[in-house]
Write a protein that binds this ligand. Structure first.
Ligand code: 6PG
Length: 243
């Protein structure tokens, strides 16, 4: 499916649009499947979206929250993606605690935690051994190096296609991440990208030919679902030249 790319002059407009897309996916999923499963992105860009979601009146008991990736720190750590989303959003809405599935980061071996989360996904989505979970919405960011989730350039995580969750590596710092096939199984993948420092990665990701090992976000090609890129003018400038 051809990606839907929208460029916004102001970041506030990008966030407003990301809220609109998210709310549409939530309502559509609940109408069609009786629930909405969302895998959240970390980093800084999505925080204003999470803050807007905290003001919404939604059927929270039908909404289930997962993460696309996590730094290997406790939820209380300022680096925690689950901590950020909880402070910006989840702590402020009546979502049942049992609907929130932070990635575990307590085990000394991150690979052990990856297995635990993998099993949680298999149980929640009631999967057969060879099935991948199908999230209704996966939110993603993009690093200046072209990484997304915790799928970093030239790391082993990029090749993992027989599991739902694996260990990512950023400068030898372990992270947990959904694998490429899981992300690509989603009904809707929504990238939020801001800042001039993302221009090079975006140019490569949208180029005719590129080295996906160098720019891992290129690997995100949903098999059936929608792929939406929301860019601010700084990040999207090179693409506007093309179109
Ligand atoms: C993380 C994210 C990561 C993030 C990008 C972009 O754990 O940091 O999942 O993939 O989305 O690094 O981060 P910014 O939104 O802060 O630019």
């Amino acid at each position: 499916m051809t990606p839907q790319v929208e460029v916004f002059a102001e970041r506030s407009q990008l966030i407003a649009r990301s809220l609109e897309v998210t709310l549409t996916q939530i309502k559509d999923a609940i109408a069609k499947r009786g629930r909405c499963t969302i895998a959240l992105a970390g980093g800084n860009t999505p925080k204003p979206l999470y803050e807007h979601l905290a003001t919404q009146d939604l059927p929270w008991h039908n909404i289930y929250i997962f993460w696309g990736d996590e730094r290997y720190v406790p939820i209380s750590d300022p680096q925690s993606n689950a901590g950020m989303a909880s402070q910006a959003w989840l702590n402020h809405v009546a979502i049942p605690p049992g609907n929130i599935f932070p990635m575990p980061t307590q085990a000394s071996d991150p690979a052990e935690s990856a297995k635990i989360y993998d099993q949680q996904l298999q149980t929640f989505f009631d999967l057969e051994a060879d099935q991948f979970p199908c999230f209704d919405l996966v939110l993603l960011g993009l690093g200046p190096d072209g990484h997304t989730a915790s799928l970093f350039p030239h790391t082993a995580a990029l090749q993992v296609c027989d599991r739902n969750v694996t260990v990512g590596q950023k400068d030898n710092q372990p992270r947990l991440t959904l694998t490429v096939p899981v992300i690509n199984q989603a009904h809707c993948i929504l990238f939020l990208v801001t800042g001039a420092n993302k221009q090079t990665a975006l140019t490569q990701i949208f180029a005719q030919e590129t080295d996906a090992a160098q720019f891992p976000a290129r690997l995100i090609q949903p098999s059936q679902g929608q792929l939406v890129w929301l860019l601010d003018a700084e990040a999207g400038q090179p693409l506007q030249q093309v179109s």
